[in-house]
Unconditional design. Structure first.
Length: 626
């Protein structure tokens, strides 16, 4: 038989039934399942770092009316880069130890005082403390180091800018005080100019006083002679206006009487129309003729109505004329009364113009201006002196050691004091828990490529299902323990990874191997050839959900249930504690979960053994054999 015929027969066998076709399709999809889940799980872990719990502790007491630690804490929490929790120091330390926080950053009490010490030339380097625990996750330590460095860089930049600003403010002070000295010198020059201007004003004022007083005196004397008869003339005007007002009042009274009589006549004529209409209707005159009579009577009254309107209008105009005459008379009387005061004022002004002693007052003012200028000159000189002295005091002049220390502190103001609860030491040691767990599962898987999960002879002899199940598992369990011992020997002696508690770590790894072999045994016993495929699928699911590389909190939310349910994540967690720090309460949970899976797997194997005691056609001639 040629190679081509052997290959053709094998392919024909694998595609002879429905189940083999499905198995082949599943085998083809295994790489896809692995790649897709792995890429999905690790697509953007940094984008989900906000789910990673971290603690920040602010113990800063502040200095110089400022609390830089409070500012930094607020900015860090507000950034949302991690799931920050502001806690106390003890809570943060215990949280990192228990795994509730991946790491903690502590700002000490003297943080602000150290940062601001450069301004007093007593420099002190500020420190922030980083607390990590590789038992939580090895990469958490690496991430925490980067976060601490970023915070340190941010604070250093802020403090460097503030320190530079302080020095620049010193130069600004020098500039301001020098400018004040320049202003003082300017005031000194201005004072001298004002003194010269004052003296010039004194000379010009004296000349203007002589010319102006002569012109004022002549003008006022002329005005006084011209207005001497003004009181008598205004009184005559007032008397005439009073007479005109009285006459207009009489005429207005007569017009009002005439208007009243015209109005009464109009009213009587209206009454005549009504009485005439009533009598005509009483005499039996038709209504049409009554209206004709009233119409003729209305036409006859039109001239009377027009005359009444004109009389009323004339009466109103006469009344307004009388009022205007009264106002004119009152104004003339007021003018006549004030005319003597006006002439007296003109006389007083003329007398005042004759006093030329006011020129001497202007001379005195000029002397005062000159004196003020001298005072300003003195004040400006004092400001120049005081400003220069004050500016000199503002110039920093530290000693050489203080200046050097200050410059060094400005350049590097923050140091990170890292206090790790546990340390893996190397990157390989950090990933050792994950790869030991993976190797243990793969070891259990490959065992059943050769081992039969259940003994056909024991089943045919009628042995109890539990004994058959445990007997089928024990063979793989013994080989699994051997695998663990060889694996730990290679890891510790050949690779050189240090194990903090070797015996406890080996015992826990043995428990993990017993559990994994029991699970794979149960899958093979219950599902036969399909069980091998299910074991491979379960391996893929655990690879992406165990949190062996990145913290499991960075997984997509859809994978959280897989991490909680599947056993490999608990094996990784338990080995981290035992390899780095030692047993803890978290290990009790890990051991409990593995024991639960072990018992469940043996129960499933027992059920499979009970079911396989009955022989079927599919059991005698299975569609797929691996």
């Amino acid at each position: 038989m040629t190679s081509f015929r052997i290959a053709a027969n094998e392919l024909r066998r694998l595609t002879a039934g429905k189940l083999p076709k499905l198995a082949m399709a599943a085998l083809v999809l295994v790489p896809l399942l692995y790649a897709s889940f792995y890429l999905y799980a690790n697509y953007d872990p940094y984008g989900r770092l906000s789910k990673l719990p971290a603690a920040i502790v602010n113990e800063d007491t502040g200095a110089q009316n400022r609390n830089v630690g409070r500012e930094v804490t607020g900015e860090v929490v507000k950034s949302g880069t991690f799931g920050w929790h502001e806690t106390s120091g003890d809570e943060a330390q215990q949280g990192v130890r228990d795994g509730r926080y991946s790491f903690a950053i502590t700002i000490p009490a003297n943080f602000s005082a150290a940062l601001l010490s450069s301004g007093n030339f007593t420099p002190e380097q500020a420190t922030i403390r980083l607390t990590t625990n590789d038992a939580n996750n090895y990469l958490s330590h690496t991430i925490a180091d980067q976060v601490a460095e970023q915070i340190r860089g941010t604070i250093a930049e802020k403090v460097g800018a503030e320190a530079a600003n302080r020095f620049l403010m010193g130069f600004s002070t020098i500039y301001g005080k020098t400018q004040e000295a320049a202003n003082g010198a300017t005031q000194l020059a201005d004072g001298a100019n004002q003194l010269l201007g004052g003296q010039q004003q004194l000379a010009d004022g004296a000349g203007q006083l002589a010319t102006g007083s002569t012109q004022l005196s002549a003008g006022l004397n002329t005005l006084r002679s011209s207005t001497a008869a003004l009181p008598a003339k205004t009184q005559q005007l007032a008397d005439g206006a009073a007479q005109v007002s009285a006459g207009n009042a009489q005429v207005a009274a007569v017009g009002a009487t005439l208007a009243s009589g015209s109005a009464d006549l109009q009213h009587e004529l209206d009454n005549v129309d009504d009485r005439l209409a009533q009598r005509l209707r009483g005499s039996g005159v038709p209504e049409a003729q009554v209206q004709q009579v009233l119409s003729v009577l209305h036409d006859l009254r039109s001239p009377v109505d027009d005359a009444n309107a004109k009389v009323q209008d004339a009466s109103n105009q006469l009344g307004r004329l009388a009022d205007g005459s009264r106002q004119v008379a009152a104004g003339a009387a007021a003018l006549a009364a004030s005319a003597p005061q006006l002439t007296d004022g003109i006389s007083q002004a003329a007398d005042g113009a004759n006093t030329l002693s006011t020129g001497a007052a202007k001379l005195d003012d000029g002397e005062k201006t000159a004196l003020d200028g001298t005072r300003q000159l003195s004040t400006g000189a004092n400001q120049l002196r005081d400003g220069l002295n004050e500016g000199l005091k503002q110039i920093p002049n530290p000693s050489d050691p203080a200046r050097t220390a200050t410059a060094d502190t400005i350049a590097d103001p923050v140091a990170v004091d890292s206090a790790g609860v546990a340390s893996a030491g190397t990157y390989g040691a950090g990933l050792a828990p994950f790869f030991i767990s993976l190797a243990t599962w793969i070891g259990a898987f490959v065992l059943f490529l050769l081992l039969r999960p259940l003994s056909a002879r024991a089943l045919a002899a009628g042995v109890a299902p539990l004994r058959v199940a445990v007997g089928g598992w024990l063979a793989s369990a013994v080989l699994g323990v051997a695998q663990v011992l060889v694996l730990f020997g290679a890891v510790t002696w050949l690779v050189g990874i240090h194990v903090a508690h070797p015996l406890a770590a080996i015992g826990f790894a043995v428990l993990a191997s017993l559990t994994f072999t029991a699970i794979v045994h149960a899958l093979n016993a219950m599902f036969g050839a399909v069980g091998k495929f299910l074991g491979l699928v379960l391996l893929v699911l655990q690879l992406v959900s165990a949190g062996g590389t990145f913290p499991w909190q960075t997984l997509p939310a859809a994978l959280y249930p897989l991490h909680v349910v599947l056993p490999m994540g608990y094996v990784v967690d338990g080995l981290r504690h035992l390899l780095y720090t030692g047993a803890s309460l978290q290990n009790l949970l890990d051991i409990g979960v593995l024991c639960a899976w072990l018992v469940a797997a043996i129960v499933i194997s027992t059920l499979a053994a009970r079911r396989q005691r009955v022989w079927t056609v599919s059991k005698l001639h299975p569609e797929l054999v691996l």
